[in-house]
Design a protein around this ligand. Structure first.
Ligand code: MRU
Length: 336
């Protein structure tokens, strides 16, 4: 095994060292699921060795692995772990389906695992392989929309940590910069309480993307003061009419972009599409433990009772505020 994962992952290309990213959010070897523990980043690069579906489910719930497409890939391998533990399919789906309710990729992966009748590990590897192919097409499509010289803004983390090799929105930005040599500057909006913006800053360092990280509430000020050419975000679930659920704070970012006349793009694979939902009105929005707001990286920063805190993890950007949704198959424009 290489330092950060298997050298030969069923023919999947590992990122070249030249890109400075050989890490992957997860990998599978000898019946063990290795998960890069994102709770320790950017300070420590450490893998959890996960041997049971219960531990995999906890890693998803506690956000050791996060980002909708990466959650989907993890769920596929967790499903395989459940099969190796001789569990019933319904029990497996029950355990994993109760981890992160908004992330559609999780359920896409579970459906893929249920429908495909191969050996479960081979099925999970197939899901990964398909995901990686989609990811590369997706970032190329996103990069095409990025001007040659520009400043763009993003929110949360949508890099390789949230997918596999590149990411979604950040993946497109990194591709535009590193492969297409476009002169892109990145503004990263932080995402309290879990600080996924700092994960993006860490990835930007690795990909040599010039950036500035701003606090959650600084986006409007920066949009007014600086020239921002586009906003690119990812999504956790997208309806047929192209409403997009994404990290809390996405809605206000879209409202600000509209006010300042900045194009607002959502970059996501089709595994994130909820084809059964015409719009977002029935989306389940995950509400996380209020304790996450009361402390930061294990240090208590608020006194008081949990009842005084509210911690929705996502909001919905309505299609009316979205310029276009970019997928591996091309660009969708909301009907407005
Ligand atoms: O709560 P998280 O960190 O899992 O939320 C992640 C996001 O909101 C991402 O923008 C989304 O999953 C798309 S990631 C490629």
């Amino acid at each position: 095994m290489g330092k950060h994962g298997p050298e030969n992952f069923r023919g999947l290309r590992r990122d070249d060292e030249q890109m400075n990213v050989s890490l992957k959010p997860v990998f599978w070897e000898n019946s063990v699921l290795y998960i890069l523990d994102q709770r320790l980043l950017p300070f420590k690069e450490k893998f959890l060795a996960v041997k049971s579906i219960q531990d995999a489910a906890f890693a998803i719930t506690d956000m050791a692995v996060r980002g909708a497409p990466a959650i989907g890939i993890t769920a596929a391998f967790a499903f395989a772990l459940g099969c190796l533990q001789d569990m019933e399919e319904s029990q497996i789906v029950d355990i994993l389906g109760n981890t992160r309710p908004t992330a559609k990729d999780l359920f896409t992966a579970l459906d893929f695992m249920k429908e495909n009748k191969k050996d479960p590990v081979a099925r999970a590897l197939e899901y990964l392989q398909e995901s990686v192919i989609k990811e590369e097409k997706l970032v190329k499509n996103a990069a095409e929309l990025i001007p040659n010289k520009c400043s763009v803004m993003t929110h949360c983390n949508t890099g390789f940590l949230a997918y596999y090799n590149w990411g979604t929105a950040f993946g497109g930005i990194a591709w535009a910069r590193k492969v297409q040599k476009k002169d892109v500057f990145l503004w990263i909006k932080e995402a309290r309480p879990r600080l996924q913006g700092s994960l993006t800053a860490w990835e930007a360092e690795k990909r040599a993307v010039p950036y500035k990280l701003i606090v959650d509430s600084a986006a409007a000020y920066v949009m007014k003061k600086e020239k921002i050419d586009a906003v690119l975000i990812g999504a956790d679930r997208i309806s047929e009419k192209l409403d997009a659920a994404n990290k809390i704070g996405s809605l206000e970012l879209a409202i600000c972009a509209k006010y300042f006349n900045i194009p607002f793009y959502v970059v996501a694979p089709e595994t994130t599409f909820d084809r059964k939902s015409a719009d977002a009105s029935k989306f389940t929005i995950e509400e996380r433990d209020a304790g996450e707001i009361m402390s930061m990286r294990g240090v208590k920063i608020h006194a008081g009772n949990k009842e005084n805190f509210y911690n929705p993890a996502f909001d919905v950007v309505p299609a009316e505020l979205i310029t276009a949704v970019i997928t591996e198959n091309g660009v969708y424009y909301p009907s407005h």
